[in-house]
Design a binder for this molecule. Structure first.
Ligand SMILES: Cc1cc2nc3c(=O)[nH]c(=O)nc-3n(C[C@H](O)[C@H](O)[C@H](O)COP(=O)(O)O)c2cc1C
Length: 211
């Protein structure tokens, strides 16, 4: 299967159903905070009502750092991924939109996230990606700036509005942000993501993306 065929694998999905949103938990660190943020984000997405929501936790997968010789960009479905990655690849394939939940490690995003990204290519193409970040003073903004650059290379469309939680250790309690504004910002982000998810799903169905 060539790249274009693979890119448009889900083009025949029913356009009348809600687009599929895959929320990715990017950190796999022992004692990580990521699942707390992802769980709150998933609640916001469910309340939004515009998506079918699936949470993908990278800690559930053994994602090798050593990649095969060829590139997933050209290999398509023939790319030799370990069998254990199949559910992850299937989830990414099925997505109409992504929401990446990322911390900041040394002014960037975790290696776990980069490994998962690099094992795939067509799975990201012509799909929208939004970000929710957390960390120290910068709230993960360095991580998101780097991710925006990476996803542009993958022909994904990054969403301008994001949510950043600086000093989350004082700003969160009982699984939710203490401020009264974050849910509203999440709604705006999800509205934009929904718009792009619908638009790009329609576009992928209409014509192969010229990757
Ligand atoms: C290796 C490492 C590097 C970090 N570097 C930064 C950083 O550059 N900026 C920042 O705001 N926080 C930094 N932090 C703090 C993390 O954002 C914070 O520990 C957060 O909880 C990590 O997410 P996690 O718990 O989901 O792994 C760092 C944490 C670790 C473990």
């Amino acid at each position: 299967m060539n790249t274009n065929e693979n890119t448009n694998k889900n083009q025949n999905k029913n356009q009348n159903t809600n687009p599929k949103l895959v929320i990715i938990v990017g950190s796999v660190r022992e004692g990580r905070f990521g699942p707390v943020v992802a769980s709150w984000v998933a609640e916001q997405a469910a309340a939004h009502g515009g998506f079918e929501v699936e949470v993908v936790d990278l800690a559930d997968y053994d994602v090798p750092l050593a990649l095969p010789a060829e590139s997933p960009k050209f290999a398509g479905d023939a790319y030799p991924r370990p069998a254990g990655l199949a559910p992850l690849t299937a989830a990414l394939d099925s997505a109409d939109a992504f929401l990446v939940v990322t911390p900041e490690y040394n002014h960037s995003y975790p290696a776990s996230l980069k490994a998962a990204i690099d094992w795939h290519f067509t799975q990201w193409t012509a799909k929208p990606v939004a970000f929710v970040s957390y960390g120290g003073a910068a709230g993960g903004r360095h991580a998101v700036l780097h991710l925006e650059n990476v996803f542009t290379e993958l022909h994904a469309v990054t969403i301008r509005d994001g949510l950043a939680f600086p000093m989350y250790f004082t700003g969160w309690q009982d699984g939710a942000p203490l401020d009264g504004q974050s849910a509203g910002y999440a709604k705006t982000l999800l509205d934009q993501l929904s718009w792009w998810a619908d638009a790009l799903r329609t576009a992928r169905a209409a014509a192969p993306y010229p990757a």
